[in-house]
Design a protein around this ligand. Structure first.
Ligand SMILES: Nc1nc2c(ncn2[C@@H]2O[C@H](COP(=O)(O)OP(=O)(O)OP(=O)(O)O)[C@@H](O)[C@H]2O)c(=O)[nH]1
Ligand SMILES: [Mg+2]
Length: 347
C-alpha cells in the first residue's frame, strides 16, 4: 500500500531522522517515542494481532488448534497454558519456534513478591542451592498445611514459588542476569513445533519463560494475522492474569477473542465477569471483541445447560452482533478428518 504514495518511500528512514532531531533537542529528549515506533512498525509491516483471552479450560488453545487445523498448542484439562504464545506465519520449510526466558533479575523479583505474600524470608538468594532448598521445603509445608496445592490462595502461591525455583534450577544455563535470553528450537533439539509447545506447557519451565513465538504455516496467518494465546485469567499465578489485562490495553492488539465457559459451567465466573467489564469499559478495544461461547457440544444433550446459556446470551449479550457458539474440540477433530480418506480415517 505504501508504494502507492511516493512521499512514503523510505518512511522508516524519514521517521528515524525526525526522532534523531527530537533527541538532539534537550527539551524534547525525554519524550516517550515508543508509540511512534510501534505505529511505524505497523505501517511498514502491518500485523493484525488477535488475543485469545478467557478462563482456564475454556478452550482457547484448542480453538487455535482447530483454526490452524493441527495439534500445535498444548491443551488439557486443568491449567494448561503457562506463558504468552505468539503464532505468526512462516513458509512451510521455514517453520520455527523462538523461546524467550525471563532474566534472573525478573525471576528474583517474582520470587520476592511470592515470598512476601507467603510471609517467608524476603531476600531471595536464588543462586544459593541450600537457601532455595529450604524455601522449597517451606512451600511444601504450606501446601501440606492447606490440604493440597489448589486448596487455598496461599497453597497456590506456594506452588507457584516452587515451580519458579525449579524452573530456574532446570534452566539455569539458559537464563541471563539482566537480559531476556532467546533460543531457537534447534538449540533445544526439538524436531517440531509441538515438542516446543509441550516443553512450555504450564509447569516449572513455563514459570521462567517470558514468551514463546511459533512461526507456523497456515493460510489464516498470511497477510500479517498473528494469534496470541494467553494463560487463563484465573490461573494460579497472579502475573498470568495481569498479562491478559495488559494485552487487552496494548496498542498492538487489534482484536480480542474472548473465549467463555458458561456452555460447560452453566454460568459466568467472577473472573469472566471482571474481564468482560474491563473490556466494555475500554473504548480502545470494546468494539473489537468477539464473544465465543466454547464447549457448546456440552449443551447438546443437557437441556438445563442449554437453557441457562440461552438465557445468559439473551439477557447480557443481546446488543452484540459478535456472539459465536463453538466447539473447539469437535472443530479440531473435524479438521483432522478433513486430511484423511475413507481408508485411513478409522485407523
Ligand atoms: N467438550 C469440549 N471440550 C473442549 C472443547 N474445547 C476444549 N475442550 C477441552 O477442554 C480442556 C481445556 O482446553 P484448553 O484448550 O487447554 O483450554 P484453555 O482455555 O487453553 O485453558 P488454559 O490454557 O488452562 O487457560 C481440554 O481437555 C480440551 O480437550 C469443546 O469445545 N468441547
Ligand atoms: Mg491454553
Amino acid at each position: 500500500m505504501i508504494s502507492q504514495f511516493p512521499q512514503c518511500e523510505n518512511l522508516s528512514e524519514q521517521v528515524e531522522s525526525l526522532l534523531q532531531l527530537l533527541h538532539q533537542e534537550p527539551a524534547l529528549r525525554t519524550q516517550d517515542t515508543s508509540s511512534v515506533q510501534s505505529s511505524l512498525r505497523k505501517v511498514v509491516s502491518p500485523t493484525f494481532e488477535i488475543v485469545f483471552a478467557g478462563a482456564f479450560s475454556a478452550g482457547k488453545s484448542m480453538l487455535i488448534n482447530a483454526l490452524l487445523e493441527r495439534e500445535l498448542l498444548y491443551s488439557a484439562e486443568g491449567h494448561a497454558t503457562g506463558t504468552e504464545c505468539y503464532i505468526a506465519y512462516a513458509e512451510p520449510e521455514a517453520e520455527k519456534v523462538i523461546l524467550t526466558f525471563l532474566s534472573e533479575a525478573e525471576i528474583c523479583e517474582q520470587a520476592e513478591v511470592l515470598c512476601q505474600r507467603l510471609s517467608l524470608t524476603t531476600h531471595v538468594r536464588i543462586n544459593q542451592p541450600e537457601v532455595m532448598n529450604l524455601l522449597c521445603q517451606g512451600c511444601e509445608l504450606i501446601i501440606q498445611q492447606e490440604g493440597g496445592e489448589s486448596k487455598s490462595e496461599r497453597a497456590k502461591q506456594a506452588k507457584a514459588l516452587i515451580l519458579l525455583l525449579e524452573g530456574f534450577e532446570a534452566n539455569r544455563d539458559r537464563i541471563h542476569n539482566t537480559n531476556n535470553a532467546t533460543y531457537s528450537m534447534e538449540q533445544f533439539n526439538f524436531s517440531n513445533l509441538k515438542e516446543a509447545a509441550s516443553y512450555a506447557r504450564r509447569g516449572s519451565n513455563s514459570a521462567v519463560l517470558k514468551r514463546v513465538e511459533y512461526y507456523c504455516h497456515h493460510p489464516l496467518l498470511q497477510d500479517g494475522n498473528i494469534l496470541i494465546d494467553t494463560p487463563g485469567i484465573d490461573a494460579p499465578v497472579q502475573k498470568d492474569a495481569e498479562l491478559t489485562y495488559r494485552k487487552i490495553e496494548h496498542p498492538d492488539t487489534s482484536a480480542v477473542v474472548c473465549v467463555l465457559k458458561p456452555a460447560a459451567a452453566g454460568d459466568m465466573t467472577k473472573e469472566e465477569t471482571e474481564l468482560l467489564e474491563a473490556m466494555r469499559g475500554n473504548s480502545g478495544i470494546r468494539d473489537r471483541v468477539f464473544y465465543v461461547f466454547n464447549r457448546i457440544d456440552e449443551t447438546w444433550y443437557n437441556t438445563q445447560l442449554r437453557q441457562r446459556l440461552d438465557g445468559l446470551v439473551i439477557s447480557q449479550f443481546q446488543e452484540s452482533s459478535r456472539v459465536y457458539k463453538t466447539s473447539g474440540l469437535l472443530g479440531f477433530y473435524g479438521s483432522q478428518i478433513k486430511h484423511t480418506s475413507g481408508s485411513d480415517r478409522f485407523g
